[in-house]
Design a protein. Structure first.
Length: 280
């Protein structure tokens, strides 16, 4: 770890980079964790990997040795230039550096190919990133992400501790935490611990964009007031009688006094099937 820290400091000094928390620039300095990320991605020689936040390129080089192509999207202009120069100097032909905001990245650049995501996300864009990539037309096969530990734990939640983020992710795939990552594994050291999480995107997903939109409206209403019963939240959101909601809950063998946190994805799909006609 000391060797990687020294190398990271040296490169940042050379480029006159002062890591910015606003850009999520806490550089991972533990080689073993990079290796764990690569293993979790379960890479094949013909894979296309979309790497987000390549930083100084330590993980990029590991990925490039194992897959057909790496498309690395880096927001910071200086880091993107450094990566471009570094790749040319070692004559690597299967890495493409794109200097862009991942939230504005056009997935059409991947030409409809299957791909996997490996990302060290700025923690402040986690929710919008997941929504954008999981609900989009060209979904990844899997995502291996470095996230704030607390967020990773929310994503893998189960009843009676479900939340809107957990349902939103689990609707599209199966998340699991690969390992925890203490703050001391980064430079500069962040204020929170992190975790590596893998999301296997479901092959059986068959929802349409219209169905998804209605389903997530139902979810939003369901979690609108945490302390209230689900039937009251839905009655207020859908503007229908609580009795209709109660009947739907009973017919699906749910407690009519249940709160949204007590239902899993399968339960919400059943509820949506019963109440979908009322969702606009």
């Amino acid at each position: 770890m000391d060797n990687l820290l020294a190398k990271t400091r040296e490169i940042c000094q050379m480029l006159e980079i002062k890591p910015a928390r606003s850009k999520g620039q806490n550089f991972l300095i533990n080689e073993n964790i990079y290796d764990d990320i690569v293993r979790a991605a379960d890479l094949k020689s013909d894979d296309l990997v979309l790497e987000i936040g390549p930083g100084l390129g330590f993980l990029t080089m590991k990925l490039a040795k194992l897959v057909k192509k790496v498309v690395a999207v880096e927001l910071d202009d200086q880091l993107a230039d450094y990566l471009q120069t570094g790749i040319k100097s070692v004559d690597i032909s299967n890495v493409e550096i794109i200097n862009s905001d991942i939230l504005k990245f056009n997935l059409a650049k991947l030409n409809g190919q299957k791909y996997k995501v490996v990302a060290n996300l700025p923690y402040n864009i986690t929710s919008i990133f997941l929504r954008q990539f999981l609900s989009g037309e060209n979904k990844p096969e899997a995502l291996v992400l470095m996230l704030q530990k607390e967020v990773a734990e929310r994503i893998i939640a189960t009843p009676p501790d479900m939340n809107l983020l957990a349902i939103s992710v689990q609707y599209y795939g199966e998340p699991k935490i690969i390992r925890e990552v203490k703050a001391g594994n980064f430079w500069p050291e962040p204020k929170v611990d992190s975790a590596v999480i893998k999301i296997e995107v479901s092959n059986s997903y068959s929802g349409s964009a219209v169905e998804d939109k209605k389903f997530f409206h139902l979810l939003k209403f369901s979690f609108s007031a945490k302390r209230k019963m689900l039937k009251n939240n839905l009655a207020a959101g859908l503007k229908i009688s609580p009795k209709i909601i109660e009947n739907a809950l009973r017919e699906n063998n749910f407690n009519p006094k249940a709160r949204a946190e007590e239902l899993n994805v399968r339960d919400f799909k059943k509820l949506f099937a019963a109440l979908g006609e009322f969702v606009v």
